[in-house]
Design a protein around this ligand. Structure first.
Ligand SMILES: [Zn+2]
Length: 271
C-alpha cells in the first residue's frame, strides 16, 4: 500500500470515530438542554390549584415565567455546544497528528496544539452562515422555538383544564418535537469544527500543501445535489478531484448537517 493510501485509510477511520463521537454529542446536548423540562414541571406544581389543574386566570403569569426557562435553554445550549466544539477540535488534532506521524514518520503539526484548537473554536463560533447568522444567533433562535413550543402546549392544556401530570407529559412531547433542531446544530457545528481542525492542522504542516474533501453521503437520497458532492468532484487547482488549499474555508462547511471529511495530501517528496 502506498503511503498516501495508508494515510487515507487512517483518516477514514478517524472520520468514522468522529461521527460516532458526534452522535454521542447530539444525545448529550439534547439531554443537557432538556433539563429545562424539570424546571417547567416545578413551575406547574407551583401554579397548580388543589384540584391539580391550573386556573386559566393564571395563564398569562405562567407564560411570562417562561422567560426564565428560555434563558436557561440558552445557557445549557451554549455550554453544551461550546464544549462539543472544543472536544471536536481537540479530538481531531490529536487523532490526525498521531495517525499522520505513524505513516509519514514526521509530525503533521508544527507549533502549539492549544493555539490551533483555539483557532478552530474561534472560527466555528464566529463564522457567519449563509443565513447571515453566527452560532450564538442560532442558539437564541432554537431556544426561542423550544420556549414557544412549550408555551403553546401549556396554553392549550390549561384552556382544556388538563391536569399538571398531563401537562408535564405534553411538555415532554413538545420538547421531543423540537430536538431535531438541536441535533442539526450539533451535527453542523461539530462537523465544521472537525473539518476545520483537519484543514488547519494540514495548513500548519511542513509536509502537506493540499487537502482533499471527501463526501460521505451515500446515506442521503439527494446527495448529488449537496454542495459537498460538487466540491469533492471539482478539480480547482489541477491537483485532482476535491483537492483544495487548507485555507479554502468553503470546504469547512459545505452545507448544514454535512458529514464530509477532509484528508491531508502528502507532498510528493514524502511519498
Ligand atoms: Zn455533505
Amino acid at each position: 500500500m502506498s503511503k498516501q493510501a495508508e494515510l487515507d485509510r487512517i483518516y477514514k477511520r478517524i472520520a468514522d470515530e468522529y461521527h460516532a463521537l458526534n452522535a454521542k454529542q447530539v444525545a448529550y446536548a439534547i439531554r443537557e438542554v432538556g433539563r429545562v423540562r424539570a424546571e417547567v414541571a416545578e413551575l406547574l406544581t407551583e401554579f397548580a390549584a388543589d384540584d391539580g389543574t391550573i386556573k386559566r386566570q393564571r395563564l398569562s403569569r405562567l407564560l411570562r415565567e417562561l422567560d426564565g426557562v428560555e434563558r436557561d435553554l440558552r445557557k445549557y445550549g451554549t455550554a453544551a455546544i461550546d464544549e462539543i466544539i472544543e472536544k471536536s477540535a481537540s479530538f481531531t488534532t490529536s487523532a490526525v497528528s498521531a495517525g499522520f506521524a505513524t505513516v509519514a514518520g514526521v509530525p503533521l503539526i508544527t507549533g502549539s496544539f492549544e493555539r490551533l484548537n483555539r483557532e478552530v473554536v474561534n472560527y466555528v463560533t464566529r463564522r457567519f452562515g449563509e443565513d447571515g447568522l453566527v452560532l450564538s444567533d442560532r442558539i437564541w433562535g432554537t431556544s426561542g422555538d423550544i420556549r414557544d413550543a412549550i408555551g403553546a402546549s401549556l396554553r392549550s392544556d390549561i384552556i382544556r383544564g388538563e391536569s399538571v401530570g398531563k401537562m408535564v407529559a405534553n411538555v415532554r412531547k413538545a420538547y421531543d418535537n423540537e430536538t431535531w433542531k438541536i441535533k442539526r446544530l450539533v451535527v453542523t457545528e461539530g462537523n465544521t469544527a472537525y473539518r476545520t481542525a483537519s484543514a488547519l492542522s494540514a495548513q500548519r504542516s511542513e509536509v502537506v500543501s493540499w487537502v482533499k474533501l471527501n463526501d460521505n453521503g451515500s446515506r442521503h437520497k439527494n446527495h448529488e445535489s449537496h454542495r459537498c458532492y460538487v466540491l469533492a468532484r471539482e478539480d480547482r487547482y489541477g491537483e485532482g478531484a476535491g483537492v483544495f488549499k487548507p485555507t479554502d474555508s468553503e470546504i469547512y462547511m459545505p452545507h448544514p448537517n454535512c458529514s464530509s471529511f477532509i484528508t491531508a495530501v502528502l507532498d510528493k517528496r514524502y511519498l
